[in-house]
Design a protein around this ligand. Structure first.
Ligand code: ADP
Ligand code: MG
Length: 256
């Protein structure tokens, strides 16, 4: 059985897509069959995996509204080696169309169940909102990975997300749990970041991943080459941190 994780945080620009793309590449490289699902109409995870979002016959939109099956939508990332269910602006329309569809928050889960999912890991890149798309991600997942920057306001946003996860757990998906908080874009020279990081550890204990992703320009450059940072420059500090994170995920969950 695949382990299905949502990478979520309702804030934009916190490193969700970077985390998805690099974790997918690192897991795949470690021998784990991995599927990345792009649930954001911006299609950043799609482009960052080396797949042109403007040139797709089927996207995750078609999967959600029942116009295509998983096999028809799936594309292999030429630069990361993992499979991708890609997205583009079409997906923004799904929000409206799903209103009239039965079990609208479970469309992704149903599609994954129907296909039997021959993967070890499935990672879902969520949009920066608590929308119907994110809800589909949370309903399909076993756990949530929350990337966050160690800033004062990060903690405030966290309580909203944790409340949403609790509601989804109570009403829609009894499997759902927070797997962990991942510190990203970390700058150890900043005292505030060190303080927030220590605060996270004391509040959330082993729910805070040991791996810490530093702010690293190579990670930011990689998407413009359509590559995960992990394959773009594997010796860079950011790439090394995501590889350590992948090992931590595999170790925590037991290699399936
Ligand atoms: P989100 O998906 O949450 O909106 P992104 O992953 O797209 O966030 O990241 C936002 C921006 O920050 C992007 O330009 C990305 O390249 C950059 N970025 C993400 N992680 C890092 C990092 N560790 N170091 C430097 N830049 C990063
Ligand atoms: Mg994103």
């Amino acid at each position: 059985m695949a382990q299905i994780f949502c990478v979520a945080n309702q804030k934009g620009g916190v490193g969700k897509t970077t985390t998805c793309v690099n974790l997918a590449a690192a897991l795949q490289e470690a021998g784990q069959r991995t599927l990345l699902i792009d649930l954001d109409p911006q299609g950043n995870a799609t482009m960052g995996s080396g797949i042109d979002k403007r040139d797709l016959k089927h996207t995750v939109y078609h999967l959600l509204v029942g116009l295509a099956g998983l096999g028809e939508v799936s594309v292999k990332s030429p630069t990361g080696g993992y499979d991708v269910l890609p997205a583009n602006r079409d997906l923004a329309g799904a929000e409206v169309e799903l209103v009239d569809i039965a079990r609208r928050e479970s469309r992704l889960k149903d599609a994954l169940t129907a296909s039997g999912v021959g993967y070890d890991f499935v990672l879902i890149d969520c949009p920066p909102s608590l929308s119907m798309l994110t809800l589909n991600g949370l309903c399909a997942a076993d756990g949530v990975i929350i990337p966050m920057q160690c800033e004062y306001y990060a903690l405030e946003g966290l309580s909203d997300l944790v409340n949403t996860i609790k509601k989804v757990h109570a009403n829609l998906n009894r499997n759902l749990k927070v797997i962990g908080l991942l510190r990203v874009m970390f700058d150890p020279r900043m005292t505030l970041q060190q303080q927030v990081s220590a605060q996270l550890e004391s509040h959330f204990g082993d729910k805070v991943f040991k791996a810490i992703v530093p702010r690293n320009v190579r990670l930011a450059e990689a998407p413009s080459h359509g590559m995960p940072g992990v394959t773009f420059d594997r010796n860079a500090k950011g790439a090394q941190a995501y590889m350590a994170f992948a090992r931590e995920m595999i170790g925590r969950l037991g290699s399936p």
